[in-house]
Design a protein around this ligand. Structure first.
Ligand code: SAM
Length: 275
């Protein structure tokens, strides 16, 4: 099938909506990649050129067109127990700090947010490790986790909670046995007890308004900011700081960093604490 071509003007228009909505700066070098990735979407809707596709995206009110566009640009690649040291630090150090503090405050509300959760492996890993560590004490805490992403496709996958073997990462056999069942001979389905602890919502991190009633103890925003330019990243980090409790933790991806002149101090590799 012949590839639909893009004009410079069409590319610049698409580039502008991508930047405005997602903070992602598409350079000229990304042009061919975007054109190839969007071929399927244009064919699906029967658009004959990129201008008609652009008009569809800007006039679509429910956000689905934007969600489909970001799916072609960013990757939802993730797996269970990715960057394992983070989870170990969370369980062995951060969790007991939070529960000690909550006991003093006579509260049992552990507030966790996984921002850019993709297909769900990250929030589910956190819940399984917490359940495994706290055992029957898990139920005495009102924990659970909010997990958000811009991609509807990724969120639908996450809610299904069925994963192929290559997504299982370094989860121990013990955890796999406890929290998964095998379906269709070779896929792994999470048990309902874990699934119901994660609340999945669509949320664009570019929103200037973060509408959370209560602040978080911990935010995981890992391997999301790699797509953003410096300005977008710094604005997002400020918004994340606003919704973290003082002393709360921010985990970013291992190849990402936060400048410590923000509201954060460095704790260890890719882990920061709100001052
Ligand atoms: C590579 S995945 C990271 C998944 C997981 N956090 C991890 O570290 O394995 C990046 C995710 O960020 C999401 N994302 C990109 N831009 C976003 C935005 N503006 N708002 C919310 N999510 C976004 C993508 O849809 C994708 O699912």
């Amino acid at each position: 099938m012949k590839e639909l071509k893009i004009t410079n003007q069409e590319y610049h228009k698409l580039r502008d909506i991508v930047y405005e909505n997602f903070g992602i700066n598409l350079t000229e070098a990304k042009k061919q990649l975007l054109v190839s990735r969007l071929q399927g979407v244009l064919r699906k809707y029967g658009f004959k050129n990129f201008e008609s596709y652009y008009q569809y995206v800007v006039h679509n009110r429910d956000g689905n067109a934007l969600s489909e566009l970001i799916d072609q640009i960013s990757t939802s690649y993730t797996f269970f127990y990715r960057e394992k040291e983070h989870f170990d630090f969370f369980i062995n150090t951060v969790l007991s700090e939070i529960t000690d503090k909550l006991r003093q405050e006579n509260s049992n509300d552990i507030r966790l947010w996984c921002a850019g959760c993709a297909t769900g492996e990250e929030p589910y890993t956190i819940i399984m490790l917490m359940m495994n560590y706290l055992k029957e004490r898990y139920n005495s805490w009102n924990s659970g986790i909010l997990a958000t992403d811009i991609s509807n496709e990724a969120l639908d996958y996450a809610k299904e909670a069925v994963y192929p073997k290559d997504r299982m990462g370094q989860l121990s056999q013990d955890i796999v046995k406890k929290y998964f069942t095998i379906v269709k001979d070779e896929d792994y389905k999470l048990i309902d007890r874990v699934i119901k602890e994660v609340t999945f919502r669509r949320f664009n991190l570019m929103n200037t308004d973060f509408p959370f009633k209560t602040k978080f103890h911990v935010i995981f925003c890992r391997n999301v900011m790699i797509y953003f330019d410096a300005k977008t990243r710094s604005e997002l980090i400020n918004r994340l700081a606003d919704v973290l409790l003082p002393g709360g933790y921010l985990f970013v991806g291992h190849s990402e960093s936060v400048e410590t002149n923000y509201n954060f101090e460095y704790v260890r590799h890719a882990v920061y604490r709100k001052k």
